[in-house]
Design a protein around this ligand. Sequence first.
Ligand SMILES: [Ca+2]
Length: 553
Amino acid sequence: MKKIKLFFTLTSLALSFSLSGCNDDKNEDNKQNKIQQPNILFIMADDLGYSDLGAFGSEIHTPNLDALAQAGKILTDYHTAATCSPTRSQLISGTDHHLAGIGAMAELTPAHLKGQPGYEGYLNERSLSIAEVLRDYGYRTYISGKWHLGLTPESNAHVKGFDHSFTLLQGLDLHFKDAPAAFKRTAIYTEDGKIISIADLPDDFFSTNYFTDKLLEYLESGKNSGKPFFAYAAYTAPHWPIQAPEAYSNKYKGIYDAGYEVIRENRIKRQKQLGIIPPDFQSATPLATDKLGYGQWAELSPEQRAIEARKMEVYAGMVENLDANIGKIIQYLKANRLYDNTLIFFVSDNGAEGTIRGVSDPSFDASLNAVGTAQSYHYIGPRWAEVSAAPFHLWKETAGEGATIAPAIIKVPNVLSNSQKYHGFTSVLDVLPTVLDFASIPVPQSEYKGRKINTPNGYSWKALLQNKAASVRPADFIFGDELHGNKYLRSGEWKIALQAKPELGTGQWELYNLKNDRGENQNLAEQYPDQVQKLSQIYQQYAQQHGVLEYRK
Ligand SMILES: [Ca+2]
């Protein structure tokens, strides 16, 4: 009898244990359901061109991003604004940059536009912040890197919805802490709204490494909060001045001695093999030397070639270092079992940088041996930009495709692999609705918490990314943009473009059919004047609706 009683007692004990285990599981399930919202990691490179990643045809080693592309999806026709801060304002607000306050870059806004609505030079009050919305809906929110959306405390990331922020406020800084003693450094860094003196940065500071470590520190600090995260890795690489830890640059010694044309052709060949572009793609024609004022490889002296090649070695080193840092974040997510449930974006903020700029500050060392070190200050220049933007026309800030087309890789939560490519038009404006869609948060329309806001107007990619839709936009979509007088309008397969710099275009509307001429080789404006007329009228409507004002220097 005693035995039986004991048996029952033990059984009920076991049963009660197992039931309570079951309840715990259920609670865990409920908790999981409640926090089914995915984590979001948004990674933005700075001035990285379309062909600079291995997955997009480059000879630069980017194994971590290539693996991300394998696990996710490549968007081959992803568009940004033509430069840094306009794109960043579109990312955060989900609206055209002329509405968000960056109608022109703050540092390039002429007197007649200063203070005009949409030209405030910072993320204005009518702009919603994606971080604010995500935080209101239970996310922990972090940014580490370049902000570029305002210098004042009122426009700091700290008050735009980020729980933790380490930010460079301006568009660029030197990448190392070390700098020539005579150089007047004006960059401002803030952490959670407080200014951090450059002297207080660690001596081994290198931008990309440091931004990564800060982001990991924030992720770690909130690890046990039970909240999903939104982490914005806002890198400054490979924006000028091109500088990299020497070990990275030296990996590329000799690679670029082959010159612009050979490297560019190799990249285009690989892009065709990888299916980034179709085999019959007619790539853009490099600009003529007399028009550009910058020689092709054969026209350079041996000394010029040596400098040019070394600049690209450093640039490649910067990109590989960026990839290694992204690998570090992905490793962290995997080690903490966060990777599967994380929606990951990797994009660049604009196309390759090719503007010819004047001689740098005389306090820097211009010698060959110094290229890429903390004592140097270089740009890759227009010819390497043509390589970086391959197979597209022109570069950052212009109205050419090379300005606004950028590499984009998306990894969807809890999907093992959907590594097909999507070739339809997508925009940085789509990021906000996509993120909110995955997080099951409605996109705020004209008002948010009693405040009038500009209505986000991008398209969610969720259905596309889950293979439930074949396209993001209708085939006859309309999309316009303007920056510093460079204008374009897309209407389905047609594009009109006006280059502000006369040497880069005809000074008139040019017309291209991007269905068969994404390299923008054949200006059809004279052949189809009615089409130009029609599209320029639609451009005018776009400009009126978005408060675009005439840009004059
Ligand atoms: Ca940029």
